[in-house]
Structure formats: structure tokens, C-alpha cells
Design a protein around this ligand. Structure first.
Ligand code: XMP
Length: 512
């Protein structure tokens, strides 16, 4: 077990993620409660995170002094390195020259930290982000790597097994960082690689039980991976104390509502209220053509309907949400800089504030791919777990201009055919997101001997890592031709199909 003491870095969770990837269990605790956690958890090693404060400031955070006499290995990262140095009698300075971004370190001494990764005398790319730096080592330490801006880029007291790095091994911009952390937990702390999603599941269930006790929880299901995994996990923890609410906006894809309701109600036996609010949503959207206005109407109605239903069920103290770690912080991509901007991003924007309920968010520590792994662990069907993202406002933002039931139905059919062809061609998992868009434009065509005047359907498919940037998917023409032919032949109301070859930026993935 590894204890991670958090000094408030934006990327502390990435440390935990790297430790998990190395197959080792870890817990993150804020520095204020670290002493108690340390006594309870009895870790095999400790990692001190980075943080936004300056160690030279009076009253800045420190690690519990007791950890330094426990005889266990400690790795301090950035602020954590400086705090460790100060607490062991070294010194830290605030130089004029700061170091942000890519840097190169040169290995000066052999160390188990570098074992099999970095050889003596070699140089390696790392990611730095610091104003202060160590300038006097505590007794027993030596420099094991240096960089131009940080003469004490990596330090070690091999005797006591204390290590410090000024750079951030947890971010991807330090290409060998994951291996260095793996060395720390395996070779230095002696932890076995025996952690798995099964253990996360068990621990999460216990945490939910402790938090909720015998109270009631409600959970909004969207049909997406995050809320589905949240619901199944909570149900496993507290059974029928959980009620799920599925707000059916009428803006879902073909058969989607039936699939969601079927899976949760019949397969998992989870109490589920299916609210058919399609009339409310579609009539409120009538005549609305401005994309932002459409989004606002949908977001507002969602909250109204959900709240009404929750009040009708009554008696719930907790609201469950599938918040993921990237939702918790503004950005996991490491941009550096001393300011910490944390945004509490709610999946159902504004709901928790309105409802005044305590939140249960069992996925807060996880990244998307880890949630998928947890979903598999919980037995969710692979087709569910590997789903493409689907936006909250649903098909309304895939029907530019005004929407109507008829247009939604045409779009639904075209979208289903397109995805069916993608699946048949074995391309679903290679594509990050694919969907059809129904344009508010009619064009002339000829079918049989007759003139047609029908809508244009645009097909979109992109590759992406996180949805922030994307490239259009390079289908071969035979595929596009086949999908287009099927859509025009089978969907009444569409007589022309186009393919969107815009990347993001400058386009966005959705059309609205
Ligand atoms: P854009 O269109 O901004 O989309 O490039 C990026 C990703 O976000 C999804 N998306 C949303 N997801 N609520 C959501 O839950 C929304 O309002 C929303 N708008 C866009 C989009 O499908 C894509 O995956």
C-alpha cells in the first residue's frame, strides 16, 4: 500500500493512476489529515505530491514529521521534495529563474529509482514546473540527477530510502516517469503488483456503504457509461436503497431508451423510474433554432423534470453522480503555473445546488478508460462499456435549426443505419465518435422516374483522445458509398448524403 500525501497539485490523481497502473493500491489524503491516515493505513511507502504553495512561506503545508522516522521509503515530488528537504534540515530558495515545461536531466549517480530505466551519464526529458528549488541538502542525501535549472533535480538518501525529484514523473511529458514510479513502488517499497479493478470495486462498495448507511440514494441515468457504472456499483453496495431516474427527453437514439430501461430494470433489477418527458422537451424546443438557446432549454427542463420526480419518490438524502476525475479539475493536461483552478463540473449542471442533497460520486478518482475497465468488472455488456460518447442535449443538437418529431425520427433511422454499417465493417472501436446529422436543407433528387425534394444527411466520424481535438475519420470510399446508399434507400425523407471532413479545431465534433 502506498500513501499519497496531497499538497494540492493539479495532478495528484495522476500519481495515484500511475501507482494503480503498476498494480499497487494507493490512497490519497490531504496533508491536513495525513498523520491519522498514516497511522491507520500503515503504508509500505509514501509519495509527497506537488502543490501550489511555496515552501518558504510561513505556514505553508508540511508532511507529518512522524513519517520520516517510520523506516519506510518516501518519494517527494516537486513541492513534496522541497517540504521533505526542509523538514530534514535542508534549505530551499526562490530563485529569479523559474523552470516551467520541458527540461532535460542528466543522471549523476546510480539509484534504484533509475534501475533499468536511466543509465549513469545519460540525459532524459522530464517535465518541470517550479518556482522554488532545493539549494541545500539535508544530511545523508546526495544528488543523483541534475538539470540546468535545478541542480538538485533528483536527490536520494539511499540509506533511509528517501528520494526527491524536482520534476513531475506522473505526467506524460516525462516519458519515463511511469517506470520511475513503478521502480519506487516495486523495487524500493517492495510492493507486489497485486492491485486490480476487483479490489477497487470492493473498496468503492465499502466506501459507499460507510457514506450512505441505511439512507436512500437517487441516481440520474443517462444511458452513458459513467452514470451506468455509478448506478450498478451503488446498487451492489446498498441494493434497493438506490432508485434510478431515467429522464427520457425524446431526444435519444433508436431503441436507446428501451435498452437502458431493459438493462437496468430487468437485467440488474435496479428500481428504475422511466419518465417519458418527450412531449415537454419537444414542445419546448418548437421553433427554437439558436444552438445555445436549445441547450439551455434542454438543461433547464432536465433539472425540472428530475427534481419533480425525485420529490415524488421522496425521502432520499443522497444524489449519485458519475463525476470523473477530469470533470473535477478543469484540466488534467499539465500546463504548469502556480495557480490552481478547480472547476466543479456537474454532469447534470446545477442539479446538486438546486436539490440540496449530499453527493455520492464513486468514480471521482477515475479516468474514463478506468471507468470502462470497472464497468467490465461489474459485468456491464461490452457493447455498453465501449460506447461512443453521446451529448447530454441528444439529437436536438444534431438537427440544426428547428426540431420536430418527424425530423428526429428521420435522423434516428439514418443514424442507426450508419452505426450498423460501422459495426458491420468492424470500425466501431477504431472510431472515437460517429453519428448522423440531419441538415435543415432540402435538395432535389431523382428516384425511380420521379423528382424528389428531401433533406440532406451529413455523416460525421472522428478520432480523438479526449474530445478536445479531433480528426475526421478516413473511411474508404466504398464504405461511405454503401452507407449513403442504404440511408437514401431505406430512410424516407433523405435523398442526399454528405461526409464531414472537418477536424477540430477549427470545427467542433458536434454541429451545434
Ligand atoms: P464538441 O462538439 O464541443 O464536443 O467538439 C466534444 C465532445 O463533447 C460532447 N458534447 C457534450 N457532452 N453534454 C455532454 O455531455 C453536452 O452538452 C455536450 N456537447 C458536446 C460531444 O458529443 C463530443 O463527444
Amino acid at each position: 500500500k502506498i500513501l499519497i500525501i496531497d499538497f494540492g497539485s493539479q495532478v495528484t490523481q495522476l500519481i495515484a493512476r500511475r501507482v494503480r497502473e503498476a498494480g499497487v493500491y494507493s490512497e490519497i489524503v490531504p496533508f491536513q489529515s495525513a498523520e491519522q491516515a498514516f497511522n491507520e493505513i500503515k503504508p509500505d511507502g509514501i509519495i509527497l505530491s506537488g502543490g501550489p504553495a511555496s515552501t518558504v512561506d510561513i505556514g505553508s503545508p508540511r508532511a507529518p514529521q512522524a513519517i520520516f522516522s517510520a523506516g519506510i521509503p518516501i518519494l517527494g515530488i516537486c513541492y513534496g521534495e522541497q517540504a521533505m528537504c526542509l523538514q530534514l534540515g535542508g534549505t530551499v530558495e526562490s530563485p529569479d529563474h523559474r523552470e516551467y515545461g520541458r527540461a532535460f536531466v542528466t543522471v549523476k549517480e546510480k539509484s534504484p529509482l533509475f534501475d533499468g530505466v536511466w543509465d549513469l551519464g545519460t540525459s532524459h526529458q522530464v517535465w518541470m514546473s517550479h518556482g522554488d528549488r532545493v539549494d541545500g541538502l539535508p544530511a545523508g542525501f546526495e544528488v543523483v540527477a541534475t538539470s540546468e535549472g535545478a541542480p538538485f533535480a533528483a536527490i536520494a538518501d539511499e540509506e533511509r530510502r528517501f528520494y526527491g525529484v524536482q520534476f513531475h514523473p506522473e505526467v506524460v511529458h516525462t516519458p519515463d516517469g511511469a517506470q520511475l514510479l513503478s521502480n519506487f513502488v516495486h523495487k524500493i517499497c517492495g510492493c507486489e503488483a497485486d492491485w486490480s479493478m476487483a479490489q477497487f470495486r470492493a473498496a468503492a462498495i465499502k466506501r459507499i456503504q460507510d457514506q450512505v448507511g441505511d439512507k436512500k440514494v437517487i441516481c440520474g441515468l443517462s444511458g452513458g457509461v459513467d452514470s451506468s457504472v455509478t448506478a450498478v456499483l451503488i446498487h451492489e453496495a446498498i441494493g434497493d436503497q438506490l432508485t434510478c431516474i431515467y429522464v427520457d427527453s425524446g431526444l435519444m437514439r433508436q431503441n436507446e431508451s428501451e435498452q437502458v430501461v431493459g438493462l437496468f430494470r430487468e437485467h440488474y433489477n435496479i428500481p428504475l423510474v422511466h419518465v417519458d418527458a418527450s412531449e415537454i422537451f419537444i414542445s419546448a424546443l418548437e421553433g427554437q433554432t439558436d444552438p445555445e438557446r436549445k441547450r439551455k432549454i434542454i438543461g433547464g427542463l432536465f433539472i425540472d423534470v428530475f427534481e419533480d420526480e425525485a420529490n415524488r419518490i421522496g425521502g432520499a438524502d443522497f444524489l449519485a453522480q458519475g463525476t470523473l476525475y477530469p470533470d473535477v479539475i478543469e484540466s488534467v493536461s499539465f500546463t504548469g503555473g502556480p495557480s490552481v483552478t478547480i472547476k466543479s463540473h456537474h454532469n447534470v449542471g446545477g442539479l446538486p445546488e438546486r436539490m440540496n442533497m449530499e453527493l455520492v460520486e464513486p468514480l471521482r478518482e477515475l479516468f474514463k478508460d478506468e471507468v470502462r475497465a470497472l464497468g467490465k468488472e461489474l459485468g456491464l455488456p461490452a457493447s455498453f462499456v465501449g460506447r461512443h460518447p453521446f451529448p447530454g442535449p441528444g439529437l436536438a443538437i444534431r438537427c440544426p435549426g428547428g426540431i420536430s418529431r418527424e425530423k428526429l425520427e428521420i435522423l434516428r433511422q439514418a443514424d442507426a443505419i450508419y452505426l450498423d454499417e460501422i459495426r458491420k465493417a468492424g470500425l466501431y472501436d477504431a472510431i472515437w465518435q460517429a453519428f448522423a446529422v440531419l441538415l435543415p436543407v432540402q435538395t432535389v433528387g431523382v428516384m425511380g422516374d420521379g423528382r424528389t425534394y428531401e433533406f440532406v444527411c451529413a455523416l460525421r466520424a472522428v478520432t480523438s483522445v479526449d474530445g478536445m481535438t479531433a480528426d475526421f475519420y478516413h473511411f474508404d470510399m466504398d464504405f461511405l458509398s454503401k452507407a449513403a446508399t442504404r440511408i437514401i434507400n431505406e430512410v424516407k425523407g433523405i435523398n442526399r448524403v454528405v461526409y464531414d471532413v472537418t477536424s477540430k479545431p477549427p470545427g467542433t465534433i458536434e454541429w451545434e
